[in-house]
Design a protein around this ligand. Structure first.
Ligand code: THG
Length: 266
């Protein structure tokens, strides 16, 4: 599983305040914490579409890059902010995201082509949150038609079914898993991602829900998760589930983690 660390997100109060005050220390510590816990990419999200978003995102990029060496997942619907962030990165990032929203597709897709980077394709269009699995598949079909027409190979796509919270829709986990299964069958070369902890928004003891969902999502074909790798207990769970599902050759990763003491801190 490719791990995209979720914690540098301006919609979280503490991070939003740090961005506003240009408090690089807090951002650097979140970067270190997630990389030490196994993040392959760090998601950077400045917050909610303010006029300052471009400045904020570029500052986040610079601050995170000074702290750690992993590539970034540039999380913004705003093409102008993404473009400035793309100019500021040291190593090839992932773009988060394109969607079926016409404006966003028209402005962000050319950046994906120009910078040749991997991109998250989100099952969202202009008509609100898709309700059913079919709605999601229809949006993704239109998006994949657009990326293919732009010459983007399917294996550069990280398709995201748009994971919702079980506290507001009790079938949200089922819809996410079924969508991933069908996307995987239909686009076998594409990757599958999503915001793992979206599912537990509004629930108590979120880590248990995140852990259960991680296992089911892995089984449904997810191979890249936007998640918090520093959440207590999640890493042993992830490694064990990968081994159980035959996605850890000779159980090498699991055994190595055991030998280096990473399985003992549940
Ligand atoms: N798809 C894509 N990008 C995304 C999302 C997605 N980016 C944003 C979001 N969803 C994923 N990132 C987060 C970041 C933080 C949280 C949830 C999703 C969150 N954090 C809790 C907090 O701030 O306290 C702690 C989480 C926990 O308790 O486990 O909720 O869906 N493409």
């Amino acid at each position: 599983m490719l791990i995209i660390g979720e914690k540098i997100n301006g919609t979280r109060k503490q991070v939003g305040d740090a961005i506003g005050q240009r408090d690089g220390g807090l951002i650097a510590s979140l970067a270190h914490e997630q990389v030490e816990a196994g993040a392959d990419y760090l998601d950077v999200n400045a917050g909610t579409g303010s006029e300052r978003e471009a400045d904020d995102l570029v500052w986040l990029v610079q601050t995170v890059q000074q702290a750690v060496d992993v590539p970034l997942c540039l999380d913004s619907p705003n093409a102008a902010a993404l473009e400035l962030a793309l100019k500021a990165v040291d190593r090839q990032p992932m773009i988060n995201s394109i969607s079926g929203e016409p404006e966003r597709l028209a402005h962000v897709l050319p950046l994906v082509v120009e910078y040749q980077c991997p991109v998250i394709a989100l099952a969202l269009d202009g008509s609100g949150v898709p309700k059913t699995v079919d709605d999601r598949l229809n949006i993704i079909a239109r998006l994949v038609a657009a990326t293919r027409a732009a010459g983007i190979a399917d294996d550069r796509l990280y398709i995201d079914p748009l994971i919702m919270a079980i506290s507001t829709a009790d079938n949200a986990g089922l819809v996410a898993c079924e969508s991933m299964r069908r996307i995987h069958r239909q686009y076998p070369d594409a990757h599958l991602t999503g915001g793992l902890s979206n599912l537990s928004f509004g629930s108590p003891m979120r880590k248990y829900i995140n852990q259960a969902f991680l296992v089911l999502a892995l089984d449904a074909g997810m191979d890249a998760a936007i998640m918090d790798p520093s959440s207590p207990g999640i890493t042993p769970f992830l490694l064990a589930a990968e081994a159980v599902l035959g996605r850890d050759r000779f159980c090498n990763k699991y055994n190595r983690a055991y030998r280096s003491g990473k399985l003992s801190s549940v």
